[in-house]
Design a protein around this ligand. Structure first.
Ligand SMILES: Cc1cc2nc3c(=O)[nH]c(=O)nc-3n(C[C@H](O)[C@H](O)[C@H](O)COP(=O)(O)OP(=O)(O)OC[C@H]3O[C@@H](n4cnc5c(N)ncnc54)[C@H](O)[C@@H]3O)c2cc1C
Length: 432
């Protein structure tokens, strides 16, 4: 099929927006002053706002676009423990106790979001389906087996290995070398989750101002002034929750996060028998490639939602769509003639130490840098940041006070990504 035929009638907005269009919010005038001003209405900003609003602080959330327009309504809806470095790597850098505590926070985030969705009664197809993490070569299978077999004491998670000969019990492809199943990982409808959260934030009394970018922040704690096209607002506390969309508003943060495009496609609806063959266990899936693929069924099990990193600069979903389709067909040749119904992308934020960061700079709170896997962690650290604004002891996290590194000459334009991605792609293809 030609690229044009593949993309015929393809929408360039997220599949999730079919169910949950971007919310139309009441365009109330901006207040002259608030206790807390939050920049960014994704999971991070809204969870911080939920804490401060429920804690009795007048709270105003700005978003430059519609609420949830960023990653929080574009992601794959895979929820995991989300700390990228291993225990050994973290222990070398920060010592064994800090390493343990950081990894524990990742586990806390998964447990916490599961409980949050249940207690708040948010209908968002949240389910503990488990993850099949596939090995893309034999060495990676052995490495996974070693990792599952010798987990650090106190950090054990429920997981088991699936050898290559039994792989089709998990996934309808022979391309991988087996993999590991992490039973506690979850799937969610990301836009329904965002919508449920947004409704609770507004019910708690916070004002959410969409299509209102913050252009400048001046002043200091207790007397910040935020300038926007709709006017100025004074705020006692400011929360920055802009993750992969962090821009010139906060140059210090911009120098510390690396925006990377992440891309997804949705297929047209497929026959039940085919979906049952491709996803017999209904798990979310990722693989051990450095330039990772992540995919799953849609909540109604009618479509494949396939994601990956196509190119750091590509922003046209009409170009990224056919590339992702070709990658998907390498795994599932049966999908060669399947059309794409939706193709979209968004910007995640990496950091130089592959950890998320939460803290304060120039008196402003921030949490960001989830390195591509932030559904659980952005919710959790957003919540903790809200508690920190309230001055609550339970707001403390194991990541507090970690140095947020940058690199000389880096100002927010990741010129080094193209050669790095090319190198990793080459490495991923090597038959080890
Ligand atoms: C295609 C894709 C797939 C993904 N898949 C997964 C997955 O399966 N699992 C997982 O865990 N994570 C995944 N992620 C990552 C995850 O979605 C993010 O880590 C998480 O949503 C980050 O939330 P956030 O609130 O910090 O940022 P965002 O949701 O990106 O929100 C930031 C907001 O800040 C606003 N903003 C920026 N500047 C300003 C300003 N000056 N004034 C006002 N507003 C401003 C933006 O408009 C934006 O809405 C994926 C991301 C993408 C793009």
């Amino acid at each position: 099929m030609t690229d044009d035929a593949l993309m015929q009638d393809c929408k360039t907005t997220p599949y999730w927006w079919e169910d949950v269009p971007r919310p139309v919010l009441p365009g109330a005038p901006l207040p002259a002053s608030v206790d807390v001003a939050v920049v960014g209405a994704g999971y991070t900003g809204l969870h911080a706002a939920l804490q401060t609003a429920r804690g009795g602080r007048s709270t105003l959330v700005f978003d430059a676009e519609d609420a949830g327009w960023g990653c929080s309504s574009r992601n794959g809806g895979q929820v995991s423990t989300s700390i990228k470095p291993s225990y050994e790597q973290l222990a070398r850098r920060h010592g064994p106790q800090r390493a343990f505590d950081i990894l524990k926070e990742g586990q806390n985030s998964l447990a916490w979001i599961t409980q949050f969705v249940r207690e708040e009664g948010i209908e968002c197809n949240f389910a503990q389906v488990g993850r099949f993490h596939a090995a893309h070569n034999a060495a990676q299978y052995q490495a996974l087996e070693a990792r599952v077999g010798s987990q650090p004491a106190g950090l054990e998670v429920d997981a088991f290995m699936v050898p290559r000969e039994r792989q089709r019990e998990e996934l309808g492809t022979d391309l991988y070398w087996g993999g590991a199943v992490y039973t506690q990982h979850c799937a969610v409808h990301p836009a329904r989750y965002h919508q449920g959260l947004l409704e609770r934030v507004m019910a708690a009394g916070a004002q959410v101002q969409a299509r209102c970018p913050v252009l400048q922040i001046s002043g200091s704690p207790g007397q910040f002034v935020l300038r926007s096209p709709q006017g100025e607002v004074r705020a006692r506390d400011v929360v920055i929750a802009t993750n992969g969309y962090t821009g010139n508003l906060t140059p210090w943060l911009r120098r510390r996060v690396i925006p990377i495009g992440s891309y997804m496609i949705a297929t047209e609806p497929l026959p039940t028998e085919l979906m049952d063959r491709l996803f017999p266990s209904n798990r979310i899936v990722s693989d051990t490639r450095k330039v990772v693929y992540y995919y799953r069924c849609s909540p109604d099990r009618r479509r494949v939602l396939f994601g990956g990193r196509v190119s750091h600069q590509e922003t046209d979903p009409r170009i990224s769509g056919p590339k992702l389709h070709a990658d998907m067909v390498r795994l599932f040749p049966e999908l060669r003639e399947t059309r794409i119904s939706h193709s979209w992308c968004g910007f995640v934020a990496y950091t130089f130490d592959e950890l998320m960061h939460i803290g304060k700079h120039d008196g402003m709170h921030y949490a960001m840098g989830y390195c591509g896997a932030g559904v659980g962690t952005s919710s959790y650290f957003g919540m903790r940041m809200g508690q920190q604004v309230l001055g609550l002891a339970q707001g403390r996290t194991a990541l507090d006070g970690l140095a947020f590194q940058t690199r000389p000459l880096y100002t927010g334009n990741p010129w080094f990504l193209a050669p790095s991605v090319a190198y990793y792609r080459w490495r991923d293809r090597r038959p080890v």
